[in-house]
Design a binder for this molecule. Sequence first.
Ligand code: SAM
Ligand code: SF4
Length: 321
Amino acid sequence: MLVDSYGRTVDYLRVSVTERCNFRCQYCMPEKPFSWVPKENLLGFEELFEFIKVSIDEGVTKIRITGGEPLLREDLDRFVKMIHDYKNDVDLAMTTNAYLLKGAAQKLYDAGLRRINVSIDSLIPDVAEKIAKKDVLRHVLAGIEEALRVGFRVKVNMVPMKGMNENEVLDVLEFCKERKMTVRFIEYMENVHAEVDIKGMQSAELLEIIGSRYRYNDEGFDGHSPSHYYKLEDGYEFGIIEPHKDDFCAKCNRIRLTAEGTLIPCLYFDEAMSIRDAIRRGDIKEAALVLKEVIRTKPEKNRWSDPDGELSKRAFYETGG
Ligand code: SAM
Ligand code: SF4
């Protein structure tokens, strides 16, 4: 079992398989990312899998494949199958922008994946294009439709922003409700890679909008999920991810691995350690030691709730959100 210095059990590994992306979402990635990691520095699926085995053996029970855009990596279904075949009760999921999902969904399902989170920030083509800096909506919707047809459990992530998509909070909620997909509204997390003038929306503002149409009950948190859940009178549940709340990190159970083998204890801070060389040398013992050290140094909490906190320098597209 992996336990950090604050007594939190860490059993969730998020694996970013690429930092590259076919979108340029305003809140995540600059128009021209500073540099891409040279291809030779990226870990192959076999190398990532070596570390995943170490982390499963040490106590990880939940793995999410993310990015950048994970579907840009060829043969992702092969990677899913490796993990699934190693331990088929690992709770395996993927977060994607869904642009390429239509062609990939069936193969991923056949490889053992059952849960997908998709980002939808707008249902208006021009607004979706403004946010992602690309004409994306048709492809995203086709990807979601296919994922549902194939049998995936689909959740939706939306980052509501003032003056951008704030008037679509109810539309996205309804869209998801009609399709039995849980929507989670994510408070925008300020970072140096995003456009400077973005103004995110906080949970109280979102609840006011939702409360203008629906009555809801506060359901609290579901296990270690970062999402605060609410239930409408008809039983539909939606979530809000509130990193600006002071107690957001109290139950944090996760660490993150980037495509170049950097192990990151917290989404906010820069501190990290590499497992790349250890894995490339086949030194599994060393990789396990780095894993334990990263967990030992996991910070108590992020600084998004701190009004004097500096802007986070961590790139979501590298870290995987
Ligand atoms: N490309 C995939 C996608 O967009 O779903 C996976 C990677 S993306 C970094 C993972 C999640 O992080 C997405 O749901 C995205 O909306 C969210 N995200 C990225 N930057 C964010 C930010 N600054 N604040 C809040 N959420 C952010
Ligand atoms: Fe790409 Fe996802 Fe970042 Fe958008 S949020 S730029 S889709 S990695």
